[in-house]
Each structure stands twice: as structure tokens, then as C-alpha cells.
Design a binder for this molecule. Structure first.
Ligand code: NAP
Length: 220
């Protein structure tokens, strides 16, 4: 598949490594421009591009940047993507350490991914937001391996979610359907599933134990 990755940091870099290893054609962008991505390109065979070009022709676009940077993406950042393209959102809201207070999230109670989808003007599928970046490289396992860990996948469109689940399973992780984007508080920071390294049963249990109340540590 042709996949665009916006963000080339811990998560975007490692997804680029694994997606190219699986044979996908990856275009990757950061904030500083393609000329700064030579090393990652040489290592992976991915094509470094400007943010405005990352989605061009892509069936899947991964958005993996600090949440506070989302509103600054170009308005037409998803223009030119393939028909029926799907957006993966790995992002989290860290008001105290990184993002500052985002009133739209805290005052209205919308989920972080609903806020991202609103800004992008496109549905998103939330996955890998609670996965340690290094685990994307180190903890992938073939299906059926007893050590294979599971990750929650939230989204509103069943077809988009199915497509993302298939990709994540190819990347070496089981998946659990965690519901819609408005229910994706179940996998936000400080929930039981966030950072959990466990199989399907434990991930389901952790999702069921989550509270929609935003914890004090994640309020700005
Ligand atoms: N780190 C983790 O283990 C982890 C795990 C799960 C989820 N997440 C979430 O996933 C997201 C990415 O995390 P990360 O740790 O990969 O972040 P990171 O290492 O800080 O990397 C951020 C990347 O986003 C790029 N970027 C920033 N603003 C941009 C813009 N306006 N346009 C295009 N690219 C931009 C940066 O480019 P420059 O370097 O050129 O500025 C950098 O490549 C965050 O929302 C984070 O909360 C992280």
C-alpha cells in the first residue's frame, strides 16, 4: 500500500521502519522538511516529502505529531489522498508536559481523537496511542505467538477500522475493537489500557474498567 506518515519522531519513525519492512511504499514528513529526513530515508527506503505532499495518493495517512501541532497543519493536508483513504491517529493530549491547555477538549469533554478528526475534517481511526514507540520495533510477534500483545482500535467507520486492524495485525499486534471515536476515552492517557503490554483478554478487561472522567494529571 501507499502510506503517508506525518510525523517522523518516535512513533512516525518506527512505523516508517516497520511499514517499509513489510513492503509498503511510505512517504514521510516532519515539520522541518524532507532535507532533514535523509537518514531515515536511507535506512528504510521511505520517501521524504513535505507535509503538504505526504497524503498524495495514500490509502492510509498516519498523523503522529504533538497534539498542539494539529491545528497548524495545512488546511488541505489530506488533499490528493486515494479514494476512500483512511487516517490513523496515534496522538495524545499532554497538557502539562507538552501541549498546553486545549480548552476545546477540556471544556466540551470531547475525546482527543474527536478533536483531531474535527481539525482534519476527516474521520480518524485511533490506534497505537498507548503503545511505547520502541515496542513497535521490538515487540511485534507473529499471529498466535503467546507473547503477542494486543492494541485497542477505535473508529466510527467499520470499513476503515477493519483496514487499520488488518494493517496492525500485519505489523505484529493483535487488535481489540474499542468502539467509536466518541468512546475512545477508554484508551486515552492514564486509563488502564494505556501502556498496557498484554493480550486480547487483558486489553478487553482494561478497556471495560476505564472511566470517561479526565484524570487530574491530564488536565491543563
Ligand atoms: N513516544 C511514544 O512512545 C508515543 C506512544 C504512543 C503515542 N504517542 C503520541 O504520538 C504522537 C507522536 O509522538 P512521538 O513521540 O512520535 O513525537 P516526537 O518524537 O516528538 O515526534 C514528533 C514528530 O512530529 C513532527 N511534527 C511536529 N509538528 C509538525 C507539523 N506541524 N507538521 C509535520 N510534522 C510535525 C516532528 O517534526 P520535527 O522534528 O521536524 O519538528 C517530529 O517528526 C504524539 O501525539 C504522542 O503523544 C507517542
Amino acid at each position: 500500500m501507499k502510506i503517508g506518515v506525518i510525523g517522523a519522531g518516535n512513533i512516525g519513525g518506527n512505523l516508517t521502519r516497520r511499514l517499509t519492512a513489510l513492503g509498503h511504499e511510505v512517504a514521510v514528513a516532519n515539520s522541518r522538511g524532507p532535507q532533514t529526513l535523509g537518514e531515515l530515508a536511507a535506512e528504510t527506503g521511505a520517501t521524504p516529502v513535505a507535509v503538504a505532499d505526504a497524503a498524495k495518493g495514500a490509502e492510509i495517512v498516519v498523523v503522529t505529531i504533538p497534539l498542539k501541532a494539529i491545528p497548524g497543519l495545512p488546511d488541505d493536508v489530506l488533499a490528493g489522498a486515494a479514494d476512500g483513504f483512511v487516517v490513523i491517529d496515534t496522538n495524545n493530549y499532554y497538557p502539562r508536559e507538552r501541549d498546553g491547555r486545549i480548552g476545546e477538549i477540556e471544556d466540551t469533554g470531547i475525546t482527543e481523537s474527536r478533536w483531531v478528526a474535527n481539525h482534519l475534517g476527516h474521520d480518524v481511526v485511533k490506534v497505537f496511542n498507548g503503545t511505547y514507540a520502541q515496542d513497535i520495533l521490538d515487540r511485534h510477534r507473529p499471529a498466535g505467538d503467546p507473547d503477542r500483545i494486543a492494541v485497542p482500535v477505535a473508529g466510527d467507520d467499520p470499513a476503515a477500522k477493519a483496514k487499520v486492524r488488518a494493517l496492525v495485525e500485519d505489523l505484529g499486534f493483535d487488535t481489540v475493537d474499542s468502539g467509536t471515536i466518541d468512546e475512545s476515552w477508554r484508551q486515552q492517557p492514564d486509563t488502564p489500557v494505556y501502556g498496557l503490554r498484554a493480550g486480547v483478554d487483558e486489553v478487553e478487561k482494561a478497556l471495560a474498567e476505564a472511566s470517561p472522567e479526565r484524570s487530574e494529571n491530564f488536565r491543563g
